[in-house]
Design a protein around this ligand. Structure first.
Ligand code: PLP
Length: 416
C-alpha cells in the first residue's frame, strides 16, 4: 500500500532527513528484545553496553580516527552546543570573552546571548554579502581574555562553508589556551570531517543524527582529551560521568549505522547530489528573472540551494509549492513559520525586495532526477503568478517596476 510519504517531493533535508531503512533495521533489536539498560550489571545487558561501545568507535572513526572516549552521545545538536559552550564557560571563569558569528544557528546564538546577559563579552562577527567571514575581523577579535571561539562549519540556511581549519589554526597560533568549538551539524555526512588531519586544532565539535538519516533525538559531541569543559547534564555516571542520563541505545546504534552509510561511497554520493543541485540552480536561474543565489560567491554545501526571489513573499511560495506536494523552507527550521526575516539573510544584507522572498531547497541522497525536474517545472510558474500580485512587479511588461529595480540595485551595492 502506498504511504502518504510517497507523494512528497522532499527538498527540506537541512531541516531533517528521512530515516534510512538500514538505520531502522539496525535499531529494531534495541527497541524490542534488547531493551536492557546499558549500565546494568547482569549478563543480558552486556550486548547492549557493547552496542554503545561499538557505536562510539564508529563515530570516532567517522570523525577522523579520534579516541573513542572523546565522543559523547547526546539528545541532539542543540544539547551538544549547550554542553560545549556552557561547559567551557563554567570551566574557565578566569576568561570572559567569546567570539561567534551573526549567522550561527539559534542553538549557538541564544546561548551566547545569554552569556552576554550574564556579563561575558561576546563578539558577533559580521559576514559579507555572500555570507563569508573576513579572516582579518576574526584575528582582530581575538583578545587575551578570549576563552572560546564558536564558529559553525557550514550554514544551515545558505550552505556557506566557513574556513574552520584556518580559523582554528589561527586561534591556537594566537593563544593555545583559547578553546575552539565548531557546530558541524550541517556538514556531518556532507563534507569529510577529519579531526586528526584537517581539524587538529578544534577542541570540540557538535553534530546531530537527524541531519544524516538517523532519527531525531540523538546527537554527538566531540571533546578533545584535556579540554577544560565542565559536564552540562549532571546526575548518573553514564558517558564516564561527562553526560548523565540513561543512554538512548536504539538511537545511538541508529546514528552509528547512519554514519556508516554516509561513509559508504561518500564521494560518489556527494558528486551525484551536487550535480542535481547544480542542475536545479542552473535551470531556475535561467527561467526566473530577478533571482539570486544566496551565497553564490562562497564555497557552499553540495546539497543546498538558497534563492533570493525578488518582489515576492517566501511564505506564498512555500504554500504554493506545498500545493504541488513539494516541501521546501523559507529559512532555518526553527525560524520558518514566523514572518521574522531570517537573521542569516539580514546579516548578509540581502536587499529589502528579496529578504522575505528567499526559499531554500536542500537535497539528500534520496533526491531523484524526477523530483528535481518537478521543481524546475512548477517553481517558475509559481513565481510568475505571485509576481503578478506584487505591488513591485509591472504586470504589463512582466518585469519589476522601474523604481523597484532601482531599489534592488541600490540595496545590493556593498555598504561603505
Ligand atoms: N546547528 C545547526 C547548524 C543546525 O542546522 C541545527 C538544526 O537545524 C542545529 C544546530 C540543531 O540541531 P538539533 O535539531 O539536532 O538540535
Amino acid at each position: 500500500m502506498a504511504s502518504a510519504a510517497d507523494d512528497v517531493v522532499y527538498f527540506d533535508n537541512n531541516a531533517t532527513t528521512p530515516v534510512a531503512p538500514e538505520v531502522v533495521e539496525a535499531m529494531m533489536p534495541y527497541l524490542t528484545t534488547e531493551y536492557f539498560n546499558a549500565s546494568s550489571a547482569y549478563e543480558r545487558a552486556r550486548p547492549v553496553a557493547e552496542a554503545v561501545t561499538r557505536s562510539r568507535a564508529t563515530l570516532a572513526r567517522f570523525l577522523g580516527g579520534v579516541e573513542p572516549d572523546t565522543i559523547l552521545f547526546t539528545s541532539c545538536a542543540t544539547e551538544s552546543v549547550n554542553a560545549a559552550i556552557r561547559g567551557a564557560v563554567h570551566a574557565n571563569p578566569h576568561r570572559r570573552h567569546i567570539i561567534t558569528t551573526r549567522v550561527e544557528h539559534p542553538a549557538v546564538l541564544e546561548v551566547c546571548k545569554e552569556m552576554a546577559g550574564a556579563g561575558l563579552e561576546v563578539t558577533f562577527l559580521p559576514v559579507d554579502r555572500s555570507g563569508r567571514l573576513d579572516t582579518r575581523d576574526f584575528i582582530r577579535a581575538l583578545q587575551p581574555d578570549t576563552l572560546l571561539v564558536a564558529v559553525m562549519h557550514a550554514n544551515n540556511e545558505t550552505g556557506v562553508i566557513f574556513p574552520i581549519e584556518e580559523l582554528s589554526r589561527l586561534t591556537k597560533e594566537t593563544d593555545p589556551e583559547i578553546l575552539f568549538f565548531t557546530d558541524a551539524t550541517q556538514t556531518a555526512g556532507k563534507l569529510p570531517l577529519d579531526l586528526r588531519r584537517t581539524l587538529p586544532h578544534a577542541d570540540m565539535l557538535a553534530c546531530s543524527g537527524h541531519k544524516l538519516h538517523a532519527p531525531k533525538g540523538v546527537g554527538a559531541l566531540y571533546v578533545k582529551r584535556g579540554t577544560r569543559c565542565r559536564p552540562f547534564m549532571v546526575g548518573g555516571h553514564q558517558e564516564s560521568g561527562r553526560r548523565a542520563g540513561t543512554e538512548n541505545v536504539p538511537f545511538i546504534v541508529g546514528m552509528a549505522r547512519a554514519v556508516e552509510l554516509a561513509e559508504d561511497r561518500h564521494d560518489a554520493t556527494v558528486h551525484r547530489i551536487r550535480t542535481l543541485r547544480d542542475r536545479l540552480e542552473k535551470e531556475l536561474t535561467a527561467r526566473i528573472p530577478c533571482l539570486e543565489v544566496n551565497g553564490h560567491d562562497a564555497p557552499r554545501l553540495p546539497n543546498t540551494l538558497n534563492l533570493a526571489v525578488h518582489f515576492i513573499e517566501g511564505e506564498g511560495m512555500l504554500y504554493q509549492l506545498n500545493d504541488h506536494g513539494i516541501c521546501a523552507s523559507s529559512g532555518s527550521a526553527c525560524t520558518s513559520g514566523s514572518l521574522e526575516p531570517s537573521h542569516v539573510l539580514k546579516a548578509m544584507r540581502i536587499p529589502f525586495t528579496a529578504i522575505h522572498g528567499s526559499v531554500r531547497f536542500s537535497l539528500s541522497r534520496y533526491t531523484t532526477e524526477g523530483e528535481v525536474d518537478r521543481v524546475i517545472e512548477v517553481f517558475p510558474t509559481i513565481v510568475a503568478n505571485l509576481r503578478r500580485l506584487s505591488p513591485y512587479w509591472d504586470q504589463r511588461h512582466d518585469r519589476p517596476r522601474p523604481e523597484s529595480e532601482a531599489m534592488m540595485r541600490e540595496e545590493s551595492s556593498p555598504a561603505g
